[in-house]
Design a protein around this ligand. Structure first.
Ligand SMILES: [Zn+2]
Length: 551
């Protein structure tokens, strides 16, 4: 099967192409060279006048795992508010803040996204997370494994174990859970919460294990470097959402000793204590760190106004926020003492000072981080907002006068306390292509996603240019997944195409399994052999083939 995409204006930052008219060829699902003499072109797509980009990649979006399902069960309001019949889509379900798996796949595809990473896979829940992601059509997926609050790891750290042993444990766990990266959430804090600590600063000691969040970040950073994982430790810092947490964030950056680090949803970690409400923006301090440290990257976790639901492994933080729930309900749970889970519905209000300032802080981060390769577009779906708000966010970044119009509608005290109105910067299409696909691909070490070069997976989006960038990015003319058109003029046309699970190959000493077998027998409900998810199980029972980043 050979498809020709003729004469579109291509934005492909990985290949350094900034708005050049090109003709592309997809042969059997991959980008390739022009046809051989006499080779038949099966389909020609006229892209004349259209914007052409690789499929979007979401580096941080909660789409699978226990807490996502709990949120779905809790938020029946969210389901009822969005009973849309998706014509031609089978079993599409519904939902806005926390949509069904099918709706998630279709809505992502309609926005031109083709790859999505679930950032909080709890080890004991990895099987469920992969089952849900496999059930999400039209998307390739991957997961980051939550470590750093699990008893086994914390005991290794308390015992001052050989760093090689810690590396082997991390490697074994990544393999067993089929995850591609390491995530740490409120390092040590989720565990400390179970010992009745209600906060844990970066240099504060866990009351039982006697270790600090700083040590946890440093140890995981070393293990990830030793395993040669491309993506740095995906870090949800201490004290999420707390006024003054800028100090925790800066201390976490220091704890990494200059090694590569990724700060997740950094908007929620950029707060000062200035002003009469003791809540202020510290976004510029974060930008300064990122601008001076090329090995630091962030995703923003932008807030949008309206109803959503917050879901996090950070039980400590979610418990502290339970009184802010809207509607008034919350759930907390734990499995096997590996991490935690808290689900709290939330409504962000544009006239409310803190929420309005959070909105401004997200924009300040996007607009003051100079190198777009170090900042990725996210709303920490659904924590800051649903991913379906991305086109609106893109317009805010690309259109200064629209941004200033929106700024005049928010709480005016918040408006005065952020710098957004003074910033002229407007993102270019090339920069949007970086923060929504090329940057995430490079950060995750994906060789064959996020670009349109030879050998890349044939994921491509065609947009019709226009005055209003939100309209442009909300309505791709065509979305192609692995060479097959899945969205045409806003309609899903191939609803049943399944994605793969993306992983990175790693090397470590597998003999760690002997000790883990004994540990599981002593402490767990499940044996080690049943805990581990094999490639065969992924392909045959879970329904998602494992592919490696170099394939
Ligand atoms: Zn998140």
């Amino acid at each position: 099967m050979l498809t020709e995409i003729k004469g579109g204006t291509v934005y492909d930052p990985i290949k350094g192409i900034d708005g050049e008219v090109r003709t592309l060829y997809i042969r059997n699902g991959r980008f390739g060279h022009s046809p051989y003499p006499h080779e038949r072109i099966d389909e020609t797509i006229d892209a004349d006048g259209l914007i052409v980009m690789a499929g979007g990649i979401d580096i941080h979006s909660h789409i699978g795992g226990g807490k996502v399902n709990i949120a779905r069960m809790m938020m029946t309001e969210d389901m009822h508010s969005d009973r849309v019949l998706h014509e031609g889509e089978q079993h599409s379900g519904c939902g806005h803040g926390i949509p069904s798996t099918f709706t998630t796949g279709y809505e992502y595809a309609k926005l031109g996204y083709t790859v999505c990473f679930e950032p909080a896979v709890v080890p004991a829940n990895a099987r469920l997370a992969h089952l849900e992601m496999a059930d999400t059509p039209l998307l390739d997926t991957g997961g980051y494994l939550v470590l750093g609050n699990d008893d086994y790891f914390l005991q290794l750290l308390a015992d001052k174990a050989d760093p090689k042993k810690i590396r082997d444990y991390v490697g074994w766990m990544l393999d067993a859970t089929q995850c591609t990266g390491v995530k740490v959430v409120n390092p040590g804090g989720i565990s400390a919460f179970k010992f009745n600590q209600r906060k844990l600063d970066v240099d504060e000691t866990h009351s039982y294990f006697g270790v600090t969040p700083g040590q946890i970040v440093r140890t995981l950073t070393d293990a990830v470097a030793d395993l040669k994982l491309r993506h740095p430790v995906h870090t949800h810092c201490s004290n999420l959402g707390v006024p003054g947490n800028i100090n925790s964030t800066l201390n976490t950056i220091n704890a990494a000793d200059g090694k590569p680090l990724h700060l997740a949803h950094v908007q929620f970690h950029s707060y000062g204590t200035e002003g009469k409400r003791k809540f202020s923006s510290a976004a510029l301090e974060i930008s300064e760190q990122v601008n001076n440290n090329p090995s630091l990257s962030v995703d923003v976790g932008h807030v949008m106004f309206g109803q959503t639901i917050t879901i996090s492994a950070d039980t400590m933080h979610q418990f502290n926020n339970r009184n802010l729930a809207s509607p008034k309900k919350a759930t907390f749970m734990d499995i096997e003492c590996e991490a935690g889970c808290g689900v709290v519905p939330f409504r962000y209000r544009s006239k409310q000072f803190v929420n309005a300032l959070q909105w401004g802080i997200g924009l300040e981060l996007f607009l003051t981080i100079q190198n777009p390769w170090q900042v990725f577009l996210t709303t920490d779906h659904p924590n800051g907002a649903s991913f379906t708000t991305y086109p609106h966010l893109i317009r805010l970044l690309m259109d200064r006068s629209y941004r200033n119009d929106m700024l005049s509608t928010i709480n005016q005290s918040a408006r005065q306390m952020c710098q957004v109105g003074d910033i002229d910067r407007e993102y270019s299409l090339y920069e949007i292509a970086i923060i929504t696909r090329a940057g995430p691909a490079r950060s995750l070490g994906l060789h064959n996603h996020g670009h349109l070069g030879f050998g890349a997976v044939g994921d491509v989006v065609l947009y019709k240019p226009g005055e209003n960038w939100e309209t442009v990015f909300r309505n791709p003319v065509r979305v192609i997944k692995s060479g097959t058109t899945v969205v045409s003029n806003g309609k899903i046309v191939n609803p049943l195409i399944k994605g793969n699970t993306i992983r990175q190959r790693i090397n470590y000493d597998r003999s760690i399994a002997r000790e883990l077998t004994r540990y599981f027998r002593r402490t767990r409900m499940i044996r080690l052999s049943g805990f581990r998810i094999s490639d065969d199980e992924m392909a045959n029972a879970i329904g998602s083939k494992v592919v490696y980043t170099d394939e």
